[in-house]
Design a protein around this ligand. Sequence first.
Ligand code: GDP
Ligand code: MG
Length: 178
Amino acid sequence: MKLPTIALVGRPNVGKSTIFNRLVGKKQAIIEDTPGVTRDRIYGTGSYYDYKFNVIDTGGIDIGEDAFNKEIKMQAEIAIEEADVVIFIVDGKEGITTNDLVVRDILRRSNKKVVVAINKVDNKKTMENIYDFYELGFDEYINISGEQDIGMYDLLDAITADFNEIEEENDDSLKFSI
Ligand code: GDP
Ligand code: MG
């Protein structure tokens, strides 16, 4: 049976790999402090209550601004082709950037379910930034800290709620269970 697939999409350094490791429960993706290292995407599986799912860290890739457009198109392609749900990760510490808007535009065109994860919400200063992200125009925003393990259950609730919808609306081939 095919497991539902979650893709982690977002510009470099927002915390995709950190969150991937949380979702799969081990340190599989490498967390990068310095941009410029390119790697293949990483697949893992995670579970939450009765749900089991595949997770794709689309950017085992940290790149400079020049390569951003190419990289984000590749990420979006993966999300469009392979994912049932996209977690669009943004950096609450840095606030919204023009590259977030590029990601937003591509994801909106994909017609996939998108949950926005505002990451690095682990101090007061970051809390002040979170409302700015609502202009991205998606339905769901979850405040998280991948590093401090805050909000991951809220994120998983949002993701698995979406799986139920997929199960109800479609045929048996999309059903999933452990
Ligand atoms: P990626 O490029 O999107 O995969 O991001 P990484 O997971 O490699 O993380 C980039 C940087 O952000 C690293 O220095 C992480 O330690 C840091 N980081 C990730 N999650 C958090 C978080 O929740 N809070 C804070 N303060 N830093 C984080
Ligand atoms: Mg990464």
